[in-house]
Design a protein around this ligand. Structure first.
Ligand SMILES: NC(=O)c1ccc[n+]([C@@H]2O[C@H](COP(=O)([O-])OP(=O)(O)OC[C@H]3O[C@@H](n4cnc5c(N)ncnc54)[C@H](O)[C@@H]3O)[C@@H](O)[C@H]2O)c1
Length: 243
């Protein structure tokens, strides 16, 4: 991989942590952004202990000045960002009738608005460089919503649409924008609940994905091998949805 600097949001845990470790293994300088600063710092330490370089930045990506601040700190430490992985997301169970306005806004802010804001902060540098890769974390729920997570599904459907708009606008500048749409992934957060136990029965492959399996796909999308792929929403769902 020729990319030198990758910025991953939600990098303190779960899928984001796995993506950060994978991209560091591929030789990137890692900027790890998360609300939870100490936890992000712990991931940075794992990367450094393995011989890599990383910066942890605590911040809330739902605010434009914060996104500019995060980008500026990252750039100062690792140079222009070559890879942006908009991974941070929240998924509170929210049947329509139980979803408060506050909950709706928070889900949209973290899952959707932050993708726009951080991309907007970083894209001018990518345009100037004439290259860049962005991978957004969508979800199977953005393609095939079920009951009980209306705000989440709507936010991820919008991420899919935003990915395609950005891909079309940015292709002439050498910037590829793709999304990954996981099914069920065995992150700590998912495994502490019970919902996955019923869900796993509906997965043709018969198990949840490992976070590292999502990370591998993200790294591949960022590699030169995927150089002709943009605007793609890649299913990584064990066969739950084939479209
Ligand atoms: N786990 C799954 O089964 C699954 C399936 C499909 C899609 N996804 C998507 O993958 C992504 C990661 O999921 P996960 O299971 O690893 O989640 P997780 O809860 O383990 O990690 C999410 C991280 O994002 C951080 N974060 C939340 N809000 C933030 C904000 N405003 N600013 C900065 N950081 C913030 C959290 O602190 C946390 O460390 C999410 O976008 C999620 O919707 C997950």
């Amino acid at each position: 991989m020729t990319a030198r600097h990758a910025l991953v949001t939600g990098a303190a845990s779960g899928i984001g942590r796995a993506i950060a470790l994978k991209l560091a293994e591929e030789g990137c300088f890692l900027s790890l952004c998360d609300l939870d600063g100490p936890k992000a710092e712990a991931v940075a330490e794992v990367i450094r202990a393995a011989g890599g370089s990383a910066l942890a930045v605590a911040g809330d990506i739902t605010k434009e000045p914060e996104c500019r601040r995060i980008h500026s700190l990252a750039k100062k430490a690792g140079g222009p960002v070559d890879i942006l992985v908009n991974n941070a997301g929240i998924y509170p169970a929210s049947p329509v009738l139980e979803t408060t306005e506050e909950m709706w806004d928070r889900v949209m802010d973290v899952n959707l608005k932050a993708v726009f804001l951080l991309s907007k902060a970083i894209l001018p540098d990518m345009v100037e460089q004439g290259s860049g890769r962005i991978v957004n974390m969508a979800s199977i729920d953005g393609k095939k919503p079920g009951p009980g997570n209306s705000a989440y599904s709507a936010s991820k459907a919008a991420v899919i649409s935003l990915t395609r708009s950005m891909a079309a606008e940015m292709a002439p500048f050498g910037i590829r924008v793709n999304a990954v749409a996981p099914g069920w992934v065995g992150t700590e957060n998912i495994l502490k609940g019970d919902r996955w136990k019923d869900a796993v029965k509906l997965i043709p492959i018969g198990r949840l994905a490992e976070p590292a399996e999502i990370a591998g796909v993200v790294a591949w999308l960022c590699s030169e091998t995927a150089g002709y792929i943009t605007g793609e929403i890649l299913n990584v769902n064990g066969g739950m949805l084939m479209d």
